[in-house]
Design a protein around this ligand. Structure first.
Ligand code: UT7
Length: 332
């Protein structure tokens, strides 16, 4: 019996309308447009209104992905939401999306892998499809503006809000997920974390006063890890796939910092024409980032059946993940 091959049937994304520019940030903290552009490549990011939560953006992205895939919500077997800024600790944001879509047949759960969330989600989704679930919805969503301290210039210039979704299902042999490589190193967990609000340090007046409900990041440590792991993981996944970087049409890296993207690409010898970058317009949208880039490429008609794509990301955990995927369903 031949093994089922899993792939992406359709993608979609959603971002808030409100734009926060570098000039806006200049009014909020001691920073400059020049510093932010030269150190990160970011020009603007999207920020959710106070009445918009992760599940709202996730739902909007999911609806677009379902239309693109030609799948009705009632056909979904499983919904996986990758996020580190869920609506609430529980119920899972995936269950809120399940209800919003009216996906009555779907089981649903959340996955926490920081900015690697979308690639982790696709890997889990592919395993589920191979295991017999025929329609799996994978969403990466984060509203990091809710856990960002807008008086801390070292973090507040970096992040933006957004969501991206992919409907996964069986595809023809030779299409879909060709290879993936996931990993973690929890020893670096405190390089990027949210101190309070969990069972280690429950929310209290003291934690709020100490601003422990905002994310903390050791930027330099994450930067060094990122440049190393982006190229190492890319090399490993290409080897697993039995491919060379010249075979890849689009490298879709996690959009955290243009310097990280360019440094990793230079190490790998990847040309700009094969590299997709949108961090200038969205900042770091965490679990949504790679899916958002993928969905934008699709929307612009720049993905063609048979194109090989390589997605690679890193994030809180610390985690990383890369995947080679052949776009399209092929002849099923
Ligand atoms: O998805 C995973 C999430 N995280 C990341 O991917 C982040 C990875 N790290 C980075 O992208 C970079 O480390 C940052 C962009 C966060 C920082 O860039 P850097 O080149 O590593 O700068 P730095 O932290 O070494 O800071 C250099 C200087 C410092 O001043 P002094 O000590 O040299 O006087 C900072 O205080 O820049 C200062 N600085 C700023 N200045 C103006 C830090 N943030 C700002 C700012 N505006 N927003």
């Amino acid at each position: 019996m031949t093994e089922t091959q899993a792939g992406i049937w359709g993608v979609g994304y959603a971002v808030p309308d409100r734009i926060l520019t570098n000039q806006d940030l200049e009014q909020m903290v001691e920073t400059s447009d020049e510093w932010i552009r030269s150190r990160t490549g970011i020009e603007e990011r999207r920020i959710a209104d106070s009445d918009t939560a992760a599940s709202d953006l996730a739902l909007a992205a999911a609806k677009k992905a379902l239309v693109a895939a030609g799948v009705d919500a009632s056909e979904l077997d499983m919904i996986v939401v990758a996020t580190i800024s869920p609506d609430m600790a529980f119920p899972a944001t995936a269950c809120l999306v399940q209800d919003g879509l009216g996906a009555k047949q779907a089981a649903a759960f959340d996955l926490s892998a920081g900015c690697s969330g979308f690639v982790y989600g696709l890997d889990v989704g592919a395993s589920l499809v191979k295991g017999g679930r025929s329609r799996v919805l994978v969403i990466g969503v984060d509203v990091l503006s809710r856990i960002t301290d807008y008086t801390d210039r070292s973090t507040c210039v970096l992040f933006g809000d957004g969501a991206a979704a992919a409907v996964m299902g069986p595809v023809a042999a030779g299409h879909g997920v060709i290879a993936s490589e996931l990993g973690s190193d929890g020893s670096g967990g405190y390089h990027l974390y949210l101190p309070a609000g969990g069972s280690r340090l429950p929310a209290s007046h003291e934690t709020v006063t100490a601003k422990q409900h905002y994310l903390r990041m050791a930027g330099n440590d994450v930067f060094k890890f990122a440049v190393r792991i982006m190229s190492d993981s890319t090399k490993r996944v290409l080897e697993k796939a039995g491919m060379h970087h010249e075979d890849i049409r689009w490298f879709i890296p996690h959009q955290a910092n243009v310097r990280i993207i360019k440094a990793s690409a230079a190490k790998l010898g990847i040309d700009d024409e094969h590299l997709y970058i949108n961090v200038n317009r969205y900042g770091n949208t965490s679990a949504a980032s790679i899916g958002l880039a993928l969905a934008e490429l699709d929307e612009a008609g720049r993905l063609h059946d048979g194109d090989y794509l390589l997605m690679v990301g890193f994030g809180a955990g610390l985690t990383w993940g890369s995947m080679v995927l052949r776009w399209g369903r092929g002849e099923v």
